[in-house]
Design a protein around this ligand. Structure first.
Ligand code: SF4
Length: 298
């Protein structure tokens, strides 16, 4: 029971329900909506119903927790890949109320709660300053507008780990306001911040990636590099998940009709080709970037 998710940065995915409504530019080609349609579910949009699950489904995290405890190895759970945990709808309240004790009862699992609606968090969780130490709280930031709107909400919560999913990355980001100045290495979260007393406004982990799918919007390599360099300067963990559909290619050949030429700050144009997610891979400047925030042992 080591890993049942194909997402690089998590071991498991758990969905308290399926279905959502689009809220920002990052949602334009929502893979979850496409997947739900493919399996015959009409559950996207304000008026559509959501899909809920049986007790058997809700037992899964308890099994993962038992397995992680037996192996003495913490596991990450992405919640939710087919929904947004903080979507405001009355019919979701009971299911959220069911989720919080599951998180508290699974201390060997680190729960990654990723949302595009961080403004709703405070009114929906039962914790004020005393967040369970196994919650990693994240928000999606696809461009500077959403960095400025969403991160202040995120950092107002004293979760042990706070992270940003910069995927699909649609513009350059300046995150200096939420990065510590001059921190030179990843800190041990539990060592540095007693969970109930976290008062800084920093984020601890950045996931970056380009968009997948044939209609994908290309990610300029400079945006990804710049994020990596900001992280390195402040000691914030950086995870480069994927190029997505478009990948930079070595200059040399004549540009074909499939290719895109992007301007670059260096003056040297960047050639992007729609290789598809698998072929495009996840190397940035010749290597993978798989950093995670360091967490003290449970
Ligand atoms: S918030 Fe997430 S799940 Fe909901 S529509 Fe947007 S991308 Fe899809």
């Amino acid at each position: 029971m080591g890993k049942n998710s194909s997402i690089e940065w998590t071991h498991h995915t758990f969905n308290p329900w399926w279905g959502c409504e689009k809220v920002s530019q990052a949602c334009k080609f929502c893979y979850a909506e496409a997947w739900a349609k493919r399996v015959g579910e009409d559950i996207w949009g304000r008026r559509a119903p959501r899909r809920f699950f049986s007790e058997k489904h809700w037992q899964e995290p308890l099994k993962w927790n038992a397995s992680a405890a037996k192996d003495k190895e913490r596991r990450r759970v992405f919640c939710a890949s087919m929904a947004d945990v903080f979507e405001k709808r009355a019919d979701l309240d009971a299911w959220r109320t069911k989720l919080w004790p599951v998180i508290e009862e699974t201390p060997w699992l680190d729960w990654l709660l990723l949302t595009k609606r961080p403004e709703n968090i405070g009114g929906m969780v039962p914790w004020k300053m005393n967040w369970p130490s196994n919650i990693w709280l994240g928000t999606t930031v696809e461009n500077q507008r959403y960095a400025d709107e969403r991160i202040p909400h995120l950092v107002s919560h004293a979760a042990a780990c706070r992270f940003l999913s910069c995927e699909p990355l649609l513009g350059a980001l300046d995150l200096a306001k939420w990065f510590p100045i001059g921190r030179i290495r990843s800190r041990k979260l539990a060592d540095v911040y007693p969970f109930a007393a976290r008062k800084d406004n920093f984020v601890d982990w950045i996931i970056a990636g380009g968009e997948s799918g044939s209609s994908a919007r290309p990610m300029h390599p400079d945006w990804a590099r710049n994020l990596r360099d900001q992280c390195a300067k402040s000691g914030v963990a950086f995870h480069f998940k994927q190029w997505g559909h478009w990948s930079p290619i070595e200059h040399g050949n004549e540009a074909t009709r499939r290719q895109l030429i992007l301007e670059s700050a260096t003056g040297k144009p960047v050639v992007m080709e729609p290789l598809g997610k698998k072929a495009a891979g996840r190397l940035l400047d010749g290597r993978t970037w798989d950093q995670f925030p360091i967490r003290a042992a449970a």
